[in-house]
Design a protein around this ligand. Structure first.
Ligand SMILES: C[S@@+](CC[C@H](N)C(=O)[O-])C[C@H]1O[C@@H](n2cnc3c(N)ncnc32)[C@H](O)[C@@H]1O
Length: 244
């Protein structure tokens, strides 16, 4: 697939602005398309972030690229004190609207507008940082990981949920075909925007995926650095602990 297929993927200085425009544009349909394209499975993978981190009640959690808030709400329901951060005004609007209905009797997450590459938090502020389907979108993965490391407490956990790259070549070909053909079609049907969903495969091709991220976390000195693969590695979570 050539880069012309989606105008939303551009390397360089315009990358962040294109990504923000994309998510502002699809915000109202984002949750629906997530359910359709993953047959609801994204909820299961997001739940794994909690299963793997096992936070204590009251733990301070930062959910980056929080979008409409799925992961933030999930950790809040488990009794964590959650901050969700995202740079898309429209995605945050949906998250804040959901707060009233999704947080009955629990402490609602605080949602704020922020760029992952310049987080407005003091060093070592959070015990857990999650980022779901966000890292792949950053203009600079290394700078993003360093910024996360800065605001994570020593002994804290970093959990990265993303599309993966399966080792099995047949599975990888089938999965790339799905992302190349079916997913943009869902984008067209439900959102009137094929290019927004062709972006997923394009951005995945430029993303180092689970193994590359593992190496980058090793390089940053993380411990207990491991990969949890789902569905043959088409989805994955990198989990690592910042040394105390
Ligand atoms: C695919 S959505 C993921 C939303 C949510 N985490 C989920 O799993 O449903 C990616 C989100 O990352 C946000 N994003 C991308 N780059 C960002 C950046 N540099 N800083 C903050 N948010 C960013 C987008 O605005 C978008 O809401």
């Amino acid at each position: 697939m050539s880069t012309e297929r989606t105008s939303y993927y551009q390397a360089g200085e315009t990358r962040a602005e294109n990504v923000r425009t994309l998510f502002d544009r699809i915000a109202r349909k984002y949750d629906l398309i997530n359910d359709v394209q993953s047959a609801g499975m994204h909820r299961v993978w997001k739940k794994w972030l909690w299963k793997l981190s096992q936070p204590k009640p009251g733990a301070k959690v930062l959910d980056l690229c929080c979008g409409t808030g799925d992961i933030a709400f999930f950790f809040a329901h488990q009794g964590c004190v959650v901050t969700g951060a995202d740079f898309s005004t429209e995605m945050l609007k949906v998250a804040r609207e959901r707060s009233a209905s999704d947080c009955r009797g629990k402490i609602a997450p605080e949602f704020l507008q922020a760029d992952v590459l310049q987080l407005p938090f003091e060093d070592e502020s959070f015990e857990i940082i999650t980022i779901g389907y966000g890292l792949r979108n950053l203009a600079d993965f290394d700078a993003g990981l360093k910024e996360m490391t800065r605001v994570l407490k020593p002994g804290g956990q970093l959990l990265i949920l993303e599309f993966g790259k399966p080792d099995n070549s047949i599975l990888r070909a089938a999965y790339y075909s799905y992302l190349n053909l079916a997913v943009p079609l869902f984008g067209l049907i439900f959102c009137g925007d094929m290019k927004a969903y062709a972006y997923i495969l394009e951005s995945l091709k430029h993303y180092p995926a689970q193994r590359g991220i593992l190496e980058m976390l090793d390089g940053l000195g993380y411990a207990e650095n491991r990969i949890e693969n789902f569905m043959g590695g088409t989805m994955s979570i990198n989990r690592a602990v910042k040394p105390g």
